[in-house]
Ligand binder design. Sequence first.
Ligand code: ADP
Ligand code: MG
Length: 471
Amino acid sequence: MIDVKDCKSVWNNCLQYIGQCVGEQSFKTWFEPIEPLMLINNVLTIQVPSQFFYEWLEEHYVHVLRKAIDLYLGPDGRLEYQILVDKSDQNRKNTMHSLHKGSIISRSVNPGQHRDEMYAKSVDTTILDSTLNPHYTFDTFIEGDCNKLARSAGMAVSNKPGLTSFNPLLVYGGVGLGKTHLVQAIGNQIRKQSSDKKVLYVPSERFINQFIEAMKNNNAQDFTNHYLGVDVLILDDVQFLSGKEKTQEIFFQIFNHLHQSGKQIIITSDCAPKDIKGLQERLLSRFKWGLSADLQVPDYETRNAIIRKKMQFEGIELGEDVIDYLAYSIDTNMRDLEGVVNSLIAQYTLSGRKIDLELAKSIIQNIVQNVDTEVNIDYIQKFVSEYFSVTIEQMKDKTRKREIVIARQVAMYFAKEYTNMSLKSIGSHFGGRDHSTVIHALTSVSDLMDTDKKFRATMQDLIKKIKLKSS
Ligand code: ADP
Ligand code: MG
């Protein structure tokens, strides 16, 4: 019997789980396009748009898929892919345009099989149990001034879980700054060094849902026991426990118990412990027992290195100009990078388009959430250089000619006014000038506007034009 309804609900459950494990953009790119087709004898068949898509899923998401299938179909559950193939497709480069016109071939795949050895390792069940992403390791976590303390504390904890004074270790910082990556790297490292240690990584949302479910089914005790049995507990995004009194209570008990037995606790939060609203004081005071380390926005060099690492890992070669552009544009949330990487690869592999600056720019504009995407630094430099009849190169180099200095300062001023760029980042777009030069430029422009009527009129004209562009 083909059970269409059931196959949909099973897949929806899988998607919910997968959504918690992968980034939003990856989810959109790689999971939303999938169609569940049927569920027969515990084999769930899903349709994917292309061979490449299938390979990508198997290479990057096999552990998540396996876990989802385990959860909702049990260990005997299997996943089969059907690949939508473009009839006219002789070379895969053109598939993109005609994906939906294709015929379907069937391909049976057991997630995790047919992969190379490295991958076979990553589906090791013990790792799966802890839902750690095997790619999040210290090797792939770039060190920078922004994360020195957190990273080295993480290393120390990995070497001696539960035995350092960093217990709990609380890592905090804004979205996309690498909290999840770092704490999972700790988990992976501990597992690598002592395979007998039980490491459990849990996003707070899942912790909350599991608890609610346990309460409903009257087995809160099982829930607690599950958590008390671990050697290392990693609770990601603790701020989501805000206002959830019952869940906080149970977490408090688990925390105390684990801490007393010398088990390691690692927590992340999107802000400093003292600023987390809606958490009970007793819980917050427990966090102070250990170490709180923050992750800051990575500087340009670190972002550049992160991008290189990611691209190297994905096997993508990019020109220096593209890397520079990405490092300039993705400046506060490294998670945007995942979306950009996925899109770059999809574009490149599916449409065969070379990854040049133009493609990178168009992708960035769709992904990076920057209210001023329209008026970005490139636009400002071009606009100002045209207006003042100087070249962009002149604005970037050392020339101290008055008209060039003015153009440069005005462009810096607009970059500050109309983009979210930091002073440092602005400076680096003008031939690597430092932030004090940018501050000087901003002051000069303001002073001139106050004192020079003609200059003020020029600026008003420019502002009007820029506003046209951004509206
Ligand atoms: P958070 O949990 O703080 O929101 P994530 O850990 O999900 O952030 O990081 C977002 C993305 O940025 C991930 O792809 C991660 O690998 C990458 N990333 C962030 N910081 C670094 C770093 N220092 N080195 C390498 N990758 C990083
Ligand atoms: Mg996170």
